[in-house]
Design a protein around this ligand. Structure first.
Ligand SMILES: [Zn+2]
Length: 304
């Protein structure tokens, strides 16, 4: 239901245009802004055990704890390793079942997660033996500069006050620290009618989802957002799913380690060798998937 006192854009503009039944668009920065009220009470046990399946058609948290490891988590780690070799201190905000926190730990990082729900934090501890703290990031007792990397996968779009929350996170980062972000990508050149006509998968993030996804960023608005926070250098990479965008936001351009350095870092520890084998197999599958997507894009829509 629309809020009578409608939400302004994160950028400060309140003069927004209609975009769809559930969203307005900020033309100043290129963000879709939900018309729904913020409902923080959504993110309890039922969100993970019922709503994900009944409302979104996704596997529940117990299945996801197994399925995500060789897919999303492996993809994320393969992307991170050349940008920051272990050991390093990593915080994942909104880590759900904790599989990625666990994988980071097995790869040699010192990793910790946070989750809104105490039930999920306990689930992560019992499932993967990882440290997950319950509650908003602003309530956690972390010291300034205590992380080298802060990860927000599928989190940014849920935040009611993203500038305040990410500004808080930026103070937790070390001098050379950076953000790793996955969030749905609003492609500014497409209208809602065009999305409907092509049955675009991005609609999954809009229709029936506006209570959760309060801000849907474009590449342009993501650049403006992180630029305002003092992280103007955005480096985009292939996302796991085509309707998302995946990028690293840093204060300056990041140095990149080569394959030999990544391999040496992983193989220096027995558990790292298991992680290396998992990544090898996962990336074989991902390469095949992206090759298929490119073929489909070329055949179906005439895009290169
Ligand atoms: Zn805006």
């Amino acid at each position: 239901m629309a809020d009578l006192d409608e939400r302004a854009c994160w950028c400060g503009h309140s003069d927004l245009e209609a975009f769809s039944p559930d969203y307005r668009v900020c033309r100043a920065c290129g963000t879709l802004v939900s018309r729904a009220r913020h409902s923080p009470e959504i993110y309890g046990k039922d969100y993970w055990t019922e709503r994900q399946t009944a409302h979104h058609g996704l596997p529940d948290i117990r299945q996801r704890a197994r399925l995500d490891l060789p897919e999303r988590c492996a993809h994320w780690l393969a992307r991170l390793l050349p940008l920051k070799l272990p050991p390093a201190r990593i915080l994942e905000v909104g880590c759900a079942h904790g599989a990625y926190v666990a994988l980071l730990g097995w790869a040699g990082y010192d990793a910790v997660g946070t989750e809104m729900s105490p039930w999920v934090a306990q689930f992560a501890d019992e499932t993967f033996g990882v440290k997950v703290l319950a509650g908003p990031i602003e309530k956690q007792d972390f010291e300034a500069g205590s992380f080298d990397v802060i990860v927000l996968n599928d989190v940014l779009e849920h935040l009611p006050a993203p500038v305040d929350t990410l500004a808080h996170c930026s103070r937790l980062l070390s001098k050379d620290g950076f953000f790793v972000i996955q969030t749905p990508e609003y492609k500014e050149h497409l209208t809602y009618e065009q999305l409907k006509a092509s049955n675009d998968l991005f609609l999954k993030h809009m229709d029936r989802n506006n209570e959760e996804h309060l801000y849907l960023f474009s590449r342009r608005s993501a650049g403006a957002f992180f630029g305002r926070l003092g992280f103007p250098n955005l480096d985009f990479s292939n996302p796991v799913y085509a309707y998302d965008m995946s990028f690293v936001a840093s204060r300056a351009k990041l140095p990149v380690s080569d394959d030999a350095a990544v391999s040496a870092a992983l193989s220096s520890r027995p558990m790292g060798r298991l992680v290396q084998a998992l990544l090898d197999k996962a990336l074989e599958s991902a390469d095949r998937l992206w090759a298929i997507r490119r073929l489909q894009d070329t055949a179906g829509r005439g895009n290169p």
